[in-house]
Design a protein around this ligand. Structure first.
Ligand SMILES: [Zn+2]
Length: 409
């Protein structure tokens, strides 16, 4: 078999395209394949598909293909341009690459696969021997085509969450499909506009199809949802884990205050106990159980705050909204009588929006379900030192978490 025939087969080239010659350059470990077409080919206009005459050939272009025998492999061709009476002069579409790509389809698929596996671009660069910019270009194109192809399916349960991008100041708003565990939308900041853009881009059917939205008690998200969704007031479900986090924070504040007070009297009863109070009772590690049981039964403010916190967890066991409401009213009274300022504050916060806490009975959703997704995003963030800006980070999130069809066709 001649080398031209061999490469014709490797590339899977079909009529009218054929390999005209192959140049092997062992010192550079590369092979260059020159592809041409039969001269009597009948071309069509790429816009309308009607027969069109050959006008001329564009400048030679080069595409990187999968390595063959560990040689970097490049495909060269001059793409014909056709002249259509109606649409003018256009380059024909070649079967081995997408219009703007400098890689063949197979190479582009391979780079996508490797980036997926490596989760870092530099890792993928090392394996595929392409530059960082080239690999990132593949990623960007993959996301763009995936998002263009994405069908307007209904997301029944939406999760809205904020992610710190750079420590302290920059945030991203991440909207997830809680059932499919995919990221649907990423926007800069955590303003009302960040989320409004998601709702605005949906079709009316998609908007009506949203049954519930899980989120933190974050006013800008509430406002965007009330403005962007029909009957939103019934659909917002404040995330139970976020509420419990606030509650835990209150317990910790009480403990800290009490610890300082006790300490000033020379008592270190609460020393080193910080984490004991923050665990859900059943999750407290065995090694602390005995000591914790001892401290817990002392007449401490911290014990009271802890008991109030542990009791609140029971709210999410109810399936009936009215029973949950009664439970909450009792709990609220207890918390308010506790004389523990941080606890009272959280109780007031929950009370002010209790309808959208109790809505959990109708829509038992939480952003915690998207936990797998969160850790994926954190991994991307950790490995994203190479991303020079937030746009690139967004691209990476869509690439790895968007559930998108990334391959070129
Ligand atoms: Zn045409």
């Amino acid at each position: 078999m001649r080398d031209t025939q061999l490469y014709q087969q490797i590339l899977g080239l079909v009529d009218p395209w054929f390999v005209a010659r192959v140049e092997l350059n062992t010192s550079d470990s590369r092979v260059d394949i020159f592809v041409e077409h039969r001269s009597e080919t009948a071309w069509t206009c790429p816009v309308c598909g009607k027969p069109a005459g050959l006008y001329d050939h564009a400048e030679e272009r080069v595409w990187r293909h999968l390595d063959t025998c560990q040689l970097k492999t490049y495909l060269h061709a001059r793409v014909p341009r056709t002249g259509c009476g109606e649409h003018g002069i256009h380059k024909v579409k070649v079967p081995w690459a997408e219009t703007r790509s400098r890689f063949t389809l197979l190479m582009e698929r391979m780079i996508i696969d490797v980036i997926r596996q490596c989760s870092t671009i530099s890792g993928a660069c090392a394996v595929t021997r392409v530059s960082w910019d080239e690999a990132f270009g593949v990623m960007q194109r993959a996301v763009m085509r995936g998002r263009e192809r994405k069908e307007a399916t209904v997301v029944k349960h939406v999760g809205v969450d904020e992610k710190a991008f750079r420590k302290g100041h920059s945030y991203l708003t991440v909207v997830c499909d809680l059932e499919r565990s995919t990221v649907e939308h990423v926007a800069e900041d955590r303003t009302s506009e960040s989320l409004a853009a998601y709702y605005a881009a949906l079709t009316p059917t998609q908007r009506e199809g949203i049954e519930a939205v899980a989120m933190d008690m974050w006013e800008p998200y509430v406002q965007a949802t009330l403005a962007g969704l029909p009957l939103a007031a019934e659909k917002i479900v404040f995330d139970r884990f976020h509420i419990m986090k606030q509650m835990n924070h209150a317990v910790d504040r009480v403990r800290l205050g009490e610890h300082r007070r006790l300490n000033s009297w020379g008592c270190d009863l609460l020393k080193g106990t910080k984490h004991w109070w923050l665990y859900a009772a059943e999750n407290l590690p065995d090694r602390w159980r005995a000591d914790f049981a001892e401290v817990k039964h002392r007449n401490l403010q911290t014990s009271r705050a802890w008991a109030i916190k542990e009791t609140l967890r029971g709210l999410w066991d109810y399936r009936s909204e009215s029973w949950a409401g009664k439970f909450f009213a009792r709990w609220f009274g207890w918390a308010k009588r506790s004389k523990l300022t941080p606890v009272k504050k959280v109780a007031d916060m929950i009370r002010s929006r209790v309808a959208n806490v109790l809505s959990y009975c109708r829509h038992p959703i939480t952003n915690g379900v998207a936990e797998g997704l969160n850790s994926k995003i954190m991994t991307i963030k950790r490995k994203c030192c190479g991303f020079r800006n937030v746009e690139n980070f967004k691209t990476a999130i869509y690439f790895h978490c968007g559930g998108l069809e990334l391959y070129p066709l």
